[in-house]
Design a protein around this ligand. Sequence first.
Ligand SMILES: CC(C)(COP(=O)(O)OP(=O)(O)OC[C@H]1O[C@@H](n2cnc3c(N)ncnc32)[C@H](O)[C@@H]1OP(=O)(O)O)[C@@H](O)C(=O)NCCC(=O)NCCS
Length: 379
Amino acid sequence: MTTKATSETGLEGVVAATSGLCYLDGQRGILAYCGHDIRELANSATFEEVCYLLWHRRLPTRAELGDLHTELVRARPLPEPVLRVMQSLPLGNTMDSVRTIVSVLAHHDPEAGDDSLAASQRKAVRLTAQIATVVATLGRLASARGPVEPDPVLSHAANFLYVLTGERPNPTASRALDVALILHADHELNASTFAARVAAATLADLHSTIVAGVATLKGPLHGGANAEVMKMLLAIGEDAGDERVEATVRGMLARKQKVPGFGHRVYRTEDPRASQLRQMSQTLGEQAGNCRWFEMSQRIEAVMKEERQIDANVDFYSASTYHTLGIALDLFTPLFVVSRVAGWTAHVLEQYSNNRLIRPRADYVGPEYPQIFVPLADR
Ligand SMILES: CC(C)(COP(=O)(O)OP(=O)(O)OC[C@H]1O[C@@H](n2cnc3c(N)ncnc32)[C@H](O)[C@@H]1OP(=O)(O)O)[C@@H](O)C(=O)NCCC(=O)NCCS
């Protein structure tokens, strides 16, 4: 007996949902949220405007943006019991802590148990605000510093940096993070968004769907790649010459290792987010008076082009960008969560509002049917 005989490894090229959120043209290197080109959003919008755009499918008016800011600010402080759980977790991979704390937040949500669309929309706003506080606070706890109260005056990005460092960030750093958050906010049916939508299609509650998203983002083939890029750069060393940088990459390729931050399932040209982040990495490096991480990244990019014609993806230049902003390596992937929660929740709400259980088939390749059952005593 066989089931349907067509299957694509890794679902490559399979269209698994309709969505009004993300337009992605891998041939031309175009990415747009609800029709708005990512480059224009990165140049002119704020992360909060992008959240509104993803949740409402249009840009907000000034009043609507003000209301959203108020809602986000109200949700920033974490419930005391959540903070206590954070303090009780062993130090380790911060993504594990983020995954656990999203689950814990579910228990303390004022509308826990109400899975109506309206309540889920409010949960999406709260969770987006809270996750930023969670990640910044985990960053403090990892270096034995106490939590910092969020500042209601600051934007989402600036407040993240403030809660992380305890110091008001300069406008360049705030804007750089704001742009990074915009660029990571949504990306069609990437693995973590698909996982969140599969969970949503069972009508699991919003927090459960985001736990699925966080768990899936953790892997080094997905969100974990930005940390892997920085580990590679650090292993090569800031003082290494170009020859060593190039030899390291050529060595990885010769050993058939994947070079983190390169390649993409959909883009056949440069990932438009990589172009923006390359520029940002350079600008931040120049302002910090240390362009070495940027220059090393450029060398690696040149070797990848020369040897394999493979382009950098979103994770490649986000590594040197975050490092120059002073963000610890272990927070790189959690920072992806701080942004992508906007896209995940938008997709989950979209799934809820026009739902059908997602339940594909598998191409069966196991032992032939029927097999003879031999009783345990005779085996
Ligand atoms: C993103 C990624 C998982 C896409 O995977 P995929 O669509 O299944 O593509 P494949 O792994 O089949 O790669 C296709 C070819 O390009 C090569 N390739 C892809 N990414 C590569 C990389 N980062 N380094 C070296 N070679 C790479 C593969 O070896 C393969 O070559 P082959 O056909 O000679 O075997 C893959 O490119 C990767 O592992 N990249 C590194 C991790 C990363 O940066 N992830 C973040 C993505 S935003």
